[in-house]
Design a protein around this ligand. Structure first.
Ligand code: SIN
Length: 333
């Protein structure tokens, strides 16, 4: 482990960066060094990932293992831990920036949630890898070094994602490729900037820093977060799935904390919905379920035709982020 890596929460430490490990391919281990697919994510400790990583000059770094998961299994348990620990660290004056090592598969969800809830005035940088730590040429070490460089940027703020030399804003980042090292983009917004040789070039301002003070305590206090499920419109989408959900919910009883509260539907093209699916979704609305629609297209967002209200409101987010947006809306409405 790097000699500048410090134990947890020593308040006498000088200004420092904190690295929180949560698992992912960046911490993955494969039996064969040339195997980029058949490995186990979330195996290598974050302290070991830091070994040999060049630290930004004059900074010390504190590393903590917060979780050790394949991020496909991400959910409220680890999100709650992250929200609590990151908000606690942000309040410490000596902590100048935070790096989170994370799996790529749900990174866009964690980034969205942290930015919406915390809107930090310091940099909180998620980073990841597409190849396991044991690969012949792993991409994790460079991504981690780049993330530390971004976290040490004077004036930096907001939730960011750093991968393959590009800096993405936490609300715009999305995974667009299952195998390429440069697996993320920021849709039509474009990346926030680049990190090259430890130096950042910004094309857009850092993300905003105006936290909604109500969200964090509500998320931390609730044992069960509002249930929001996602579904697609597709050829033959006749609403069967929606009606099955409604029937299941009715059978379990609407007073349960984990009852269905929201549905996000990824529509075709500009968020259009199969007529039979739309009929079922309107039934869901009538039963008190909040329904939002977005597009199942990999890029772009739903463009509204006019100012008249649509029966199913549209949201300009990819489906997994739209799900979190509706969950946050349900918490505050
Ligand atoms: C994960 O998301 O934890 C596994 C896949 C990856 O990190 O690329």
């Amino acid at each position: 482990m790097n000699s500048n890596i410090e134990p947890r929460d020593d308040q006498t430490l000088p200004d420092r960066l904190v690295v929180l490990g949560t698992g992912g391919t960046i911490a993955g281990r494969a039996a064969q060094r040339d195997d980029h697919v058949g490995y186990r994510a979330g195996e290598v400790a974050v302290g070991d990932l830091m070994a040999g990583i060049p630290l930004p000059v004059d900074w010390s770094v504190q590393a903590e293992q917060l979780a050790q998961i394949d991020s496909k299994d991400m959910g409220p348990g680890v999100w709650r831990l992250l929200l609590a620990r990151v908000s606690q660290l942000l309040m410490q004056p000596g902590v100048r920036g935070i790096v989170i090592t994370h799996g790529t598969d749900t990174l866009e969800e964690t980034a969205y949630l942290l930015q919406r809830v915390l809107q930090p005035a310091k940099p909180v940088v998620l980073t990841c890898a597409m190849r396991p730590a044991t690969a012949l040429a792993p991409d994790g070490p460079q991504n981690l070094a780049d993330a530390l460089a971004v976290a040490a940027q004077p004036g930096g703020r907001g939730v960011l994602a750093v991968c393959a030399g590009r800096i993405h804003g936490g609300l715009a980042v999305r995974k667009v490729h299952h195998y390429r090292l440069d697996a993320f983009d920021s849709g039509d917004a474009g990346p926030l900037g680049l990190v090259e040789q430890g130096a950042c070039t910004l094309f857009q301002p850092w993300p905003g820093a105006e936290p909604d003070q109500a969200l964090l305590p509500r998320l931390l206090a609730r044992q069960v977060w509002p249930r929001v499920e996602c579904l697609y419109s597709h050829g033959g989408a006749d609403g069967w799935l929606v009606r099955a959900l409604l029937a299941q919910d009715a059978a379990l009883g609407r007073e349960r904390a984990d009852r269905l509260q929201g549905l996000v539907v990824a529509g075709t093209g500009n968020g259009t919905l199969h007529a039979e699916l739309l009929a079922a979704l309107l039934e869901a609305q009538a039963a008190g379920i909040r329904v939002w629609r977005t597009t199942r297209c990999a890029s772009g967002r739903v463009v509204l035709a006019g100012s008249s209200p649509e029966p199913i409101p549209a949201v300009a987010l990819p489906p997994a982020q739209a799900r979190l947006a509706l969950l946050l809306d349900l918490l505050t409405s």
